[in-house]
Design a protein around this ligand. Structure first.
Ligand SMILES: C[S@@+](CC[C@H](N)C(=O)[O-])C[C@H]1O[C@@H](n2cnc3c(N)ncnc32)[C@H](O)[C@@H]1O
Length: 258
């Protein structure tokens, strides 16, 4: 197994171990999760909906849907024909159960890595909703595959943590740099859950994992080289719970096929 494959296994195993508890944390945070989606609700940042415009009737692929699949359910409730992928078999198993419980029966689920999407045919989707670039190294490969699966009039919406903001952390009330912006070496770490988990008492699993830092230029160059043209760019407001107050938490980019 080469380095990329073994790192991919680390990520898959860490998430596989976490997803059942992650779903339980979602239900603590949103006790009416199933009713919300059953009654047509959405859970999407409004700027994403505005950037993309109407998705009614479009075939939209979510690259990292997770167990909750809340963005996938949201796009479906907005009228899209959703294809929901995740690298973790456990995530897809739980997401399928959630869809059945909500009564959404037209989402196509696949276990697939976002950067290859091998079960997905060429020119078969209208929108790729690509999230959580932090979990994979091969951005150029990912962008080439997103272009491969998109129709010629397709759109790519990338939504991810802001690469500048992620270089900072808070220590004793002071914002300090904890990652060198141009350092792309894989970051080996202990996977201890997500901010959602931290809000509900933490997670007692401790899985070896690996994350990747991509600069804004890495993301944009990969998309341009794969045949995309930038249409819209958005930096979000700081997250209320973000210690790096003043810095945008996320970045969103809408790309069209050039
Ligand atoms: C933070 S969760 C997304 C949760 C949820 N959709 C949300 O935004 O609240 C990130 C997801 O990415 C998945 N993931 C990690 N690496 C991946 C990869 N290379 N390809 C596809 N999915 C991946 C994980 O299994 C996990 O479900």
């Amino acid at each position: 197994m080469n380095r990329d494959q073994s790192n991919l296994e680390l990520v898959r195993n860490a998430w596989d171990a976490y997803h059942a508890d992650y779903m339980a944390f979602h239900l603590k945070e949103w006790p009416n999760f199933f009713d919300h989606f059953r009654s047509g609700g959405t859970m999407l940042d409004s700027y994403l909906v505005e950037m993309l415009g109407s998705v009614r009737g479009l075939r939209l692929l979510d690259t990292c849907c997770a167990c909750d699949a809340k963005q996938a359910f949201s796009w479906a409730n907005l009228g899209a024909k959703v294809v929901a992928c995740d690298i973790s078999p456990k995530a897809i198993e739980i997401a399928r159960e959630n869809a059945a419980r909500i009564g959404i029966d037209n989402i196509e689920f696949h276990v697939a890595a976002a950067q290859t999407l091998s079960p997905i045919g060429d020119s078969s989707v209208d929108v790729v909703f690509a999230t959580y670039l932090v979990w994979y190294e091969g951005l150029a490969l990912a962008c080439r595959n997103w272009r491969r699966i998109l129709t010629n009039h397709g759109k790519l919406l990338i939504h991810t943590e802001h690469p500048v903001t992620t270089c900072f952390t808070e220590e004793n009330g002071v914002v300090v740099v904890d990652h060198t912006y141009h350092d792309r070496a894989p970051i080996h770490c202990e996977f201890t859950g997500t901010p959602l988990t931290d809000r509900h008492g933490g997670w007692d699993g401790n899985e070896d994992c690996v994350e990747y830092h991509h600069t804004l230029a890495d993301i944009m160059t990969s998309a341009i080289d794969a045949g995309f043209r930038l249409d819209k760019f958005y930096e979000s407001e700081p997250d209320d719970s973000d210690p790096n107050s003043g810095l945008p938490s996320d970045v969103a980019m809408l790309w069209v096929c050039s």
